[in-house]
Ligand binder design. Structure first.
Ligand code: ADP
Length: 637
């Protein structure tokens, strides 16, 4: 690959680079950072994808890019267009066909030539019209002169009008001579880049407009109604299609034909329009295709199209995070400079503001020692922060602006979750210091980046016959599974046979959209044990974790967001799986609000959550003895 020097002209303090959030970059603000000219050199991370793009540009191969939104897929596609040779560019002209008006002719000329041809034709048409005008006035003069002589003035005026009318409405015939330039690369500095994401058939494959006046001298000649599609405008360049599976199957098929043939006739796409009668000669569409989407999109695209692209090109996965190194952090500083540059109106970022963005990139990675590569979102934060500074006419964007921006650019889910907490306060559902039997503060993730507190209640009643787990909503399956897991443990220390009981599980106010409860199984287990043994649970504790049948607490996703949600809701302690300890990256303001307690076993969880010795102590001891030893032989995960 080609590694690019980050920022020529900026000194780096190598000695302290490791500990510095900016990787030792000696700058006062992002104004000191030079932004590379070529887009491909601006791409941060995604080394593999970048190398492939460079290689594919040389070989003119198609590329399939699979990965999360906002990681640079379209940026790389555009970058590729800058790498393709510009000498090959062409203009495409559509001409009237005197033999068959419904099959316009197509001519391809080197870029820039098209305009000359059009000008020449226009000039000719102008001269012709001028001649016609002169001719018309001569005829009118003769007719009117003759009428005056014959003392028939009215008749003369009438005749003049008729002559004028005839000339006026037959002059359109001369337009037919001027070709229609559908692809104009005259001013193009690089090979074209066409983003056809979400394009309908006409926009992608070209179209012929409907003509409301199909006869009587009023019609627009068919070649003038021809409109190019993305595939034609991308000729000799790049056609980028994101979420390719959203193209309908017929369109995908046609796209495949276009790729195979390298040319594609334009016809009217709407069947009942007059445009559908028109079909041009083949129009060149020799492009490199970059198809993008998430894994799901790829699996749902037309298999023949997929294998076509794959067979003649490359497939590459985009990364979501990248290892946090001083060099990478320096690049993230450059990222801010790039975004400020691109926007053109944002004030540059002060050093401390850059630090805050890099911290945020660490946090959003959700992984220790990593930085997020979801740059579109990060760029959004940069723009909101810059806008705040700009609104106040300041020269630089400050750390304070970034903090404010973070608050403003909360995702919809985050806003919902905050709103939800607010609302819950009204209903006095918030945290208390009391102990309550069978009620646990669970934690869940909404959307991608917001935590939410989700209380769980368990109640146990004798069953009529075979016991059941009774839970409602989308979390039913998870509830059943966790009860099953905990019943294996309960069997070992209690006389109660859970299978003879009905276990009711209620997720309090879990009517929320998009709540993922996958990781609440220690919550359910704790609630069930508490209800079964009549031992109250400390309501100032919240918890998240998955549970194995042997009582191990297993790691879950989204711990950082969950901890923040617990803190916001007013909890003083939060239990997380020990294995997730390294993923915690909470913000300072929350770190002071809440104590994080990593646990690896359900006995430890209960030790923290249950209240009221001595009953609690004896239970925890019993649990310790069985989950520690009795289960060790069974290698169940
Ligand atoms: P995708 O096509 O994967 O959804 P884009 O390429 O449209 O994402 O990215 C949106 C914006 O985010 C880009 O215009 C660029 O400003 C920024 N961006 C995305 N990925 C990167 C990257 N790897 N390096 C630098 N900037 C990036």
């Amino acid at each position: 690959g080609s590694t690019v020097e980050v920022d020529p002209g900026v000194e780096v303090d190598e000695e302290n680079a490791e500990d510095d959030l900016l990787g030792g970059l000696k700058i006062d603000s992002t104004a000191d950072i030079e932004v590379p000219d070529r887009l491909v050199d601006q791409v941060i991370g995604q080394d593999e994808a970048r190398d492939i793009i460079i290689k594919a540009a040389k070989q003119r191969r198609h590329v399939m890019m699979i990965g999360s939104p906002g990681t640079g897929k379209s940026m790389l596609a555009k970058a590729m267009s800058q790498l393709l040779p510009q000498e090959d560019l062409q203009d495409v002209l559509v001409y009237h066909n005197p033999d068959d008006g419904n099959e316009p002719k197509v001519r391809t000329v080197p870029a820039g030539k098209g305009e000359q041809i059009i000008d020449a034709h226009k000039e000719e048409a102008r001269k012709r019209n001028q001649m016609r005008s002169i001719l018309m006035w001569i005829i009118i003069a003769i007719v009117v002169g003759y009428a005056i002589l014959a003392r028939q003035i009215l008749l003369g005026i009438l005749a003049a009008g008729i002559i004028w009318f005839i000339f006026r409405y037959t002059s359109r015939g001369t337009d037919a001579m001027v070709p229609n330039m559908i692809v104009d690369n005259g001013d193009q500095r690089t090979a074209p880049f066409e983003d056809a994401t979400g394009a309908h058939a006409g926009a992608l494959l070209g179209d012929v407009r409907h003509d409301p006046f199909q006869s009587g001298g009023m019609e627009t000649p068919s070649h003038d109604r021809v409109e190019p599609g993305g595939i034609h405008k991308a000729n000799k360049g790049v056609l980028f299609v994101d979420e390719i599976n959203t193209l309908d199957v017929r369109t995908q098929q046609k796209l495949m034909t276009a790729i195979q043939e390298g040319e594609f006739s334009i016809t009217g796409q709407s069947e009942r329009s007059s445009g559908a009668m028109v079909q041009t000669e083949p129009v060149p569409c020799d492009f490199v295709m970059i198809a993008a989407g998430n894994l799901d999109a790829m699996e749902n695209m037309h298999p023949a199209l997929r294998s076509r692209i794959k067979g003649y090109g490359y497939e590459v996965y985009m990364d979501d995070t990248i290892e946090d190194t001083p060099e990478m952090r320096r690049k993230y500083a450059r990222f801010i400079a790039q975004e400020v540059d691109r926007d053109g109106r944002l004030p540059h970022f002060e050093r401390e503001a850059v630090e805050e963005i890099i911290l945020e990139a660490k946090r959003r990675a959700g992984r220790k020692e990593h930085l997020t590569l979801l740059f579109r979102n990060l760029g959004g934060l940069v723009r909101v922060a810059g806008d705040i500074a700009r609104a106040e006419d300041r020269e630089y964007t400050t750390r304070d602006d970034v903090l404010q921006a973070k608050d403003r650019s909360r995702s919809i889910e985050q806003q919902l979750a905050d709103d939800y907490i607010e609302r819950r306060k009204d209903y006095e559902l918030q945290v208390t210091q009391d102990g309550v039997e069978g009620r646990v503060n669970g934690l869940a993730v909404m959307g991608e980046d917001s935590g939410i507190m989700l209380p769980v209640m368990a109640e146990i009643a004798p069953a009529q016959g075979q016991g059941q787990v009774i839970a409602t909503g989308q979390l039913k399956e998870m509830a059943e599974e966790s009860v099953q897991n905990v019943s294996a443990i309960i069997k070992k220390f209690s006389d109660v046979n859970l299978s003879e009981k009905d276990v009711h599980i209620q997720f309090v106010q879990a009517g929320q959209q998009g709540v993922d409860g996958d990781s609440a199984s220690i919550t359910v287990a704790t609630a069930v044990i508490s209800a079964l043994e009549d031992i109250p649970i400390d309501q100032s504790v919240a918890m998240t974790g998955s549970l194995s049948v042997r009582g191990d607490v297993l790691p879950v996703g989204g711990v950082t967001h969950k901890i923040e949600a617990a803190a916001k809701a007013g909890c003083s302690k939060v239990i997380i799986p020990q294995a997730n300890e390294q993923d915690v990256m909470i913000e300072d303001e929350y770190a002071e609000m809440i104590e994080i307690i990593p646990c690896s076993n359900i006995s430890e969880v209960l030790d923290v959550a249950l209240m009221g010795e001595p009953k609690k102590d004896s239970l925890v001891d019993r649990l310790k003895s069985i989950t520690g030893s009795a289960f060790d032989q069974q290698a169940v995960s």
